[in-house]
Design a protein around this ligand. Structure first.
Ligand code: PXG
Length: 442
């Protein structure tokens, strides 16, 4: 039990909270003081069912003993080691273990500290790869409307969430966007992959025709767009993107920060859809969200293209002080052990039918205009309150927290993604809570 229970910080002003309505929060704070398995405890001693795995990251549930112990032991044994021109054994072991669970062909791993850094790393690898092969005219990057690729400049440039972009000037140049795949008129209330919209991938042909393939370096998409409100790719869409990329020598990057590590009931989204990207971006679940870490997986050919020139020279001028940090590496190894022992990378597949039925039972709840699901992810889209977009969903979030459930909202969409240890009864509890709050919000 936390010794922070009922201890109120006397001043909330100094901390400028990320992606938060700061003034609203500071008037009525929602404080979490401890966590175990499927639950948080709030500072007033209430148990809160975690319907979002923290921020889509605590895939094995909270405060899992192996991970906690690994961090404690590692902190006492080797706290930090330089990552540039030096190494420590566990990060090499971790890279091998990650390659073992990754889709076939992704054989090398570059470590970062977050999803955002993984995105920047992947984009830089893509550009530098073409150049290393003497194909440096490939400088264009293609993202997608409504895509979320973190908050750094490369990521917001290829990303397509307007609020995350509009304040920040010119961004990267040479970026185009595919259309998003949200077609509510045709696909509302689809269970799993929607029928309509695979042809939206053909827009890539139009972009390529406009600029010429010889200028296009990479296409980056989330296999399932998470942050924007769970947009599931139409049947055949990702396969089509893969084919067009192959035809034109363009690298395909999957941003699996959310879909990685079991979220869809397969180890990675790539496994779910049977499409292997050239570069795969991960973070969050790699350490169960406990210690910041990201991992970018690349195909052997991409890595090998860098391994040329005099051997004493650095091959890729990129990296972070904390790339492969020993404590993060130890946390990640213990996380992989926990996933393996409990079958968590595929447990979502067993629960997915139950999850699907439970969510779609909300079809008739007040304000609901769409329900979508895949693996252990779901979204309930609400009719916005007239003239006040986002307000209805935000009220639902606040009320759900008061009733003991953590849900996540983006725009007027409720997104759910519980830890992969969730039990059926807890799925019912979560869905009942959403139904109740939808009955209460304006
Ligand atoms: N790519 C994707 C696909 C993500 O979902 C990032 C990159 C950036 O990761 P970092 O570690 O830099 O935050 C993300 C992060 C939400 C939510 O509620 C989603 C994210 C982060 C916080 C909240 O949808 N995704």
């Amino acid at each position: 039990m936390s010794n922070r229970l009922n201890v109120k910080p006397n001043d909330l002003r100094a901390f400028w909270m990320p992606f938060t309505a700061n003034r609203q929060f500071k008037q009525a704070p929602r404080m979490l003081v401890s966590a175990k398995d499927m639950h948080y405890t709030s500072d007033d001693g209430r148990k809160i069912l975690d319907g979002t795995a923290g921020l889509w990251c605590v895939n094995a549930g909270h405060c899992r003993p192996k991970i906690t112990e690994a961090i404690q032991t590692q902190a006492a044994e080797l706290d930090y080691a330089p990552a540039f021109q030096m190494g420590h054994p566990i990060v090499f072991e971790l890279a091998n273990r990650l390659v073992d669970v990754a889709p076939e062909g992704l054989e090398h791993v570059f470590f970062t500290n977050s999803g955002s850094e993984s995105v920047e790393t992947a984009l830089k690898i893509a550009l530098a790869y073409h150049r290393a092969r003497g194909d440096g005219s490939r400088f264009r990057l293609v993202g997608r409307e409504r895509g979320y690729h973190g908050v750094n400049f490369g990521g917001i440039s290829v990303g397509g969430i307007v609020a995350n972009r509009k304040m920040f000037g010119t961004l990267l140049t040479g970026v185009d966007h595919l259309p998003h795949t949200h077609l509510p008129q045709k696909n509302a209330f689809t269970r799993g992959e929607p029928e309509h919209g695979a042809d939206l991938a053909d827009e890539l042909e139009r972009i390529v025709a406009l600029h010429d393939a010889s200028t296009v370096a990479a296409v980056i998409v989330e296999p399932v767009a998470g942050s924007t409100g769970v947009l599931i790719p139409p049947k055949g869409y990702l396969k089509r993107l893969r084919e067009i990329c192959d035809k034109h020598g363009i690298l395909l990057i999957f941003d699996e920060v959310i879909t990685g590590f079991g979220r869809l009931g397969t180890p990675f989204g790539s496994d779910y859809f049977g499409i292997v990207p050239d570069i795969m971006i991960t973070a969050k679940g790699v350490t169960n969200g406990v210690i910041p870490m990201g991992a970018v997986f690349v195909k052997k050919e991409i890595h090998d293209a860098f391994m040329q020139g005099p051997e004493h020279l650095i091959e890729f001028f990129h990296g972070y002080t904390y790339s492969g940090n020993p404590i993060a590496s130890a946390a990640a190894l213990a996380t992989l052990d926990t996933y393996k022992e409990e079958g968590l990378l595929t447990r979502g597949a067993e629960l997915a039918p139950y999850w699907e039925d439970a969510l779609h039972a909300l079809k008739d709840a007040p304000h609901v205009i769409d329900v979508r699901n895949i693996g252990l992810v779901g979204a309930i889209e609400l009719e916005p309150l007239a003239g006040q977009p986002t307000k209805r969903a935000f009220s639902a979030f606040v009320k759900a927290f008061e009733k003991g459930c953590l849900i996540r909202t983006t725009g007027d969409i409720i997104a759910l993604s519980p830890p992969l240890i969730v039990e059926k009864g807890q799925i019912d509890e979560l869905v009942d809570c959403v139904r109740t709050v939808l009955g209460e919000v304006e």
